[in-house]
Design a protein around this ligand. Structure first.
Ligand code: MN
Length: 178
């Protein structure tokens, strides 16, 4: 049986520190993790992923600037977007994704523009409670490439972070000229 395709998105977020927000559609919300160094396609590299608050599904396509004074103020880029399927098996049965999230043992196959193939997201509660790691599983999509550096721009619009930030400045100028 073909597994259901669900939404995933990675938003590059230049807040007080640059990080990558990794989000998975689970039961009609985006379960979310902040990854300071961003995802890697190299199975030898574990990336810290700090669990953060769920976001609404329609936030997945948000690209723009969160104004100063608001939570998460800074530029947000849709760095990658696509679909995922749950591949976590136990006793030859697929474990429902909701249970994977609760158990802290997620295995998924990603079909994005930059991220491809199988990844594991594992709750380790180290160095702090709520800390997970994201790691590429070994498959034909694993490679040594630093994907955050190789593909820095928006999956949605092709824009750079500075172009997105600039776009907002033009908009706010128009507003103030009214
Ligand atoms: Mn963020």
């Amino acid at each position: 049986m073909a597994e259901k395709k669900l939404l995933f998105v990675v938003q590059k977020h230049a807040a007080s520190h640059l990080h990558y927000d990794f989000r998975l559609e689970i039961e009609s919300v985006l379960a979310s993790w902040a990854i300071p160094k961003g995802p890697s396609a190299n199975p030898r590299i574990k990336r810290l992923a700090v669990a953060t608050e769920d976001h609404p599904l329609d936030y997945a396509r948000f690209e723009g600037v969160i104004p100063q004074g608001n939570y998460g103020a800074g530029t947000v880029m849709v760095w990658d977007i696509g679909t995922y399927t749950n591949i976590k098996m136990h006793n030859n049965k697929l474990v429902p994704i909701k249970d994977c999230l609760r158990n802290g043992q997620i295995e998924i196959s990603l079909n994005g523009t930059k991220m491809h193939g199988n990844y594991a997201l594992i709750k380790i509660n180290k160095p702090a409670p709520g800390d997970w790691i994201l790691i590429k599983m070994r498959d034909e999509h694993a490679n040594q490439k630093d994907i955050t550096k190789a593909y820095p721009d928006s999956a949605l619009t092709g824009r750079s972070m500075s172009a997105i930030a600039q776009d907002k400045k033009i908009k706010s100028k128009k507003v103030s000229n009214k």
